[in-house]
Design a protein around this ligand. Structure first.
Ligand SMILES: Cc1ncc(COP(=O)(O)O)c(C=O)c1O
Length: 421
């Protein structure tokens, strides 16, 4: 339908104030955080230890360690898997940078594998070709909340005696062939930052079923100690450690949010599935795909624009940015989450992470990051946009309909999008 776009002075598809903020704060959050404030300690206290038990039970794993970020959890998981200096780790070419930089934290070398176009997750059929005698682990990222191809990943890992770390930072509540994400690999990392499905400002969990592996990872949590503060630390660095602890206040907030997590996930699923239905048949729009047996928690509803069909294959990112600008002017809260493949990011492309070429030069690594190896990741970067907040509780299906209306309006009026500055 031809309508004047809001960016050119038309009226908005989404009225001002229609999208409610995430996460919803209730009296439970207020009560628990205030009680922690008045409690016996602001570092590791009763909320901290209870939260770890509750998250382990909720996730279906034996052990969970609460920490200050998903990045810290990934780093702990890698070290737990005995990945170290000069070892190689397989990482998808398109993900959040810390799925790769966690390797560099321990002088290990990320080796990138292209993504599969349809799922946006690592292309499991390409992993074997990237394995060398130095390879120790694979980071299986469940990107946007869609499960990676874990059967294939676990099979290749088993064949080559590699560990698998699930990056579940976006994957709370996700199921893969009936099993919860985070329970299938050797260890996993979750994030609780502001945008995540379990949201409490910042935070994360390192989880594992393997007690020995878990204990090794835990050493990083608090300066290389192996005892917890509540059992009396010796103040000895038994190994190389960081300071990855969070606080009792954040633990209380996370506990309160965890109590509502199933409700939040159910609302997100209902809203995302409704949006998915509303967008069916939209011209030049590629909706997300869920292969059989895979789950989706709809952390990020990511769509692609068919740049070839629209005649913009050569200037895809620039035209996508105009489309996103037009949609945002309509009130659609969409954005470009990651606009670059990870191997294109400066610290990695220039192999300059710690300066003087380290860890690549000091480990004599000759890994190649040329982008022509990752055509799907490169293409995806210019074609996509995605949204998180509008589909989260307390937003409802009406908000999903408004999002769909704003997206459709821009795509129905491409002649006007061409004129967006
Ligand atoms: C896929 C993925 N991995 C890792 C992280 C890192 O989590 P955090 O921001 O809590 O360090 C994020 C968070 O943005 C993520 O989306």
């Amino acid at each position: 339908m031809k309508e004047k776009l809001a960016i050119h002075g038309g009226s908005r598809a989404v009225p001002e104030g229609a999208i409610k903020k995430w996460p919803p704060i209730s009296d439970l959050d207020r009560k628990m955080v205030l009680a922690a404030l008045e409690g016996p300690t602001h570092t590791v206290g009763p909320n901290y230890t209870e939260l770890e038990k509750e998250f382990a039970a909720w996730s279906g794993v034996k052990h969970a360690l609460y920490c200050n970020s998903g990045t810290a959890a990934l780093h702990m998981a890698l070290v737990a898997c005995q990945v170290g200096c000069g070892d190689e780790v397989i990482v998808p070419a398109y993900t959040w940078p810390s799925s790769a930089t966690c390797c560099i934290h321990h002088n290990a070398i990320p080796v990138f594998v292209d993504i599969e176009w349809s799922t946006m997750n690592i292309d499991a059929t390409k992993i074997e070709a990237a394995i060398t005698p130095r390879t120790k682990a694979i980071i299986a990222v469940h990107l946007h909340g869609l499960s990676a191809d874990l059967d294939a990943i676990m099979a290749v890992a088993k064949k080559h005696n590699l560990k698998v770390i699930e990056d579940c930072c976006q994957a709370h509540g996700l199921a893969y062939r009936g099993r919860k994400a985070g329970t299938i690999g050797h260890g996993a990392a979750f994030s609780c930052n502001q945008n995540k499905c379990l949201s409490s400002g910042e935070g994360g969990f390192f989880v594992s079923d393997d007690t020995e592996l878990f204990e090794r990872g835990k050493m990083l949590w608090y300066f290389g100690e192996h005892r917890r503060p509540e059992s009396g630390t010796a103040h000895i660095a038994y190994g190389m450690g960081w300071m990855y602890r969070s606080t009792e206040l954040d633990a209380a907030f996370t506990r309160a949010q965890l109590m509502r997590l199933d409700e939040h996930l159910a609302v997100l699923k209902a809203n995302a599935e409704h949006l998915h239905k509303c967008l069916e048949g939209t011209p030049n729009l590629i909706r997300p795909v869920i292969p059989p047996g895979h789950g989706h928690n709809w952390y990020n509803y990511t769509i692609r624009f068919d740049m070839e069909a629209m005649g913009h294959a050569k200037d895809a990112a620039a035209f996508r940015d105009r489309l996103v600008k037009a949609m945002r002017a309509e009130g659609v809260d969409t954005g470009v989450w990651q606009g670059w493949p990870v191997p294109e990011m400066t610290a990695i492309a220039a192999k300059s992470a710690y300066g003087r070429g380290c860890p690549w030069s000091c480990t004599k690594s000759s890994v190649n990051y040329s982008l022509d190896q990752f055509p799907m990741a490169v293409k995806h970067c210019g074609w996509h946009t995605g949204m998180t907040m509008p589909l989260r509780n307390p937003n409802d299906k009406k908000v999903a309909e408004l999002m769909a209306a704003g997206i459709r309006k821009a795509l129905d009026n491409l002649d006007q999008v061409e004129k967006v500055a």
